[in-house]
Design a protein around this ligand. Sequence first.
Ligand code: SAM
Ligand code: SF4
Length: 327
Amino acid sequence: MMIQDSFGRIHDYLRISLTDNCNFRCFYCMPDEHYDFTPAPLLMQADEIIALAKLFVAHGVKKIRLTGGEPLVRKDAAAIISALGQLPVELVMTTNGSRIREMMPVLAEAGIRTINVSLDTLQEEKFLLATRSKVYKRVRENIDLLLDQGIAVKINTVVMKGFNEAEINDFIAWTKLTPVEIRFIEFMPFSDNRWRSDRVFSHQEILGSIGRAYTYRSIEPRLNETARRFEVPGHQGSFAIIGTMTAPFCSTCNRMRLTADGKLKNCLFSTGETDLLQALRAGEDVLPLIESCIRQKKEALGGQLDQHFEQLDAGLLKNRSMITIGG
Ligand code: SAM
Ligand code: SF4
């Protein structure tokens, strides 16, 4: 039996946040630098994550993405990854790339074939500004390590006007000899993340910048694709744009999000959430809760946003911060 919403969309992709803790402090993600991370007992324990994942897989989930916070800072990340690697599911991960080297054997053994690494700039000083972390070189080396190991790498790049939009073509230049897919992401509003509409660099503006320096062509979308994909002829890598603010992709959405404290969100922008962890701990039947949460899914953008983001007052949005949702 599949998990389906009231618009007939089948939900077979689960994103699990392993923690809201992180060793970076990206200004567009963290509510503030002194954010208090969720205490460990309130987080899903490893066995609870596995139990919930098994339930989702038994009901049609084909793909699981581990995210966070930074998934690889969790102390028992290796055990969780190994256990999930046993399930009949495509396991992928989004990471800031700082801890790949030490986790490489676990990732390989769990059969992870694709990893998204976040990188918003190719300039070391700007990286420090964006993340408050000094490990730019390590992240670049870890990306090379993944490629050497035959793991496909997608680079998540949040484009923010006045911060990194001038680097878009440096990223495209990188794809000439490096087989990475750069995913340019429009800057999205979350609780206290310093979002302003005039910082959004839109899908059209991104394409405009690239078009001034390169000839590109579209690539056929994959099923349930959230990004529009393109290639520059002759480049080993490719690029894509995730235009949540100006060109959303809700009509084919198949995603569900489980927060690190065990709440199910039916959309990145949903106002509500359903507590699966409490039910699991109380020995209740969790499946009806999942089904009802997904049935309540709104047609687009959690029913909170529309494409006229210029008028949006981010302060009125009802949501968590990105670090507590798990991108
Ligand atoms: N720590 C991991 C990482 O940085 O890849 C995983 C979690 S992070 C919340 C997941 C993704 O969300 C990252 O690629 C990050 O750049 C993106 N993200 C965070 N805040 C965002 C925002 N306000 N708008 C768009 N993307 C955002
Ligand atoms: Fe941490 Fe990722 Fe958020 Fe940056 S984007 S603060 S690395 S969770």
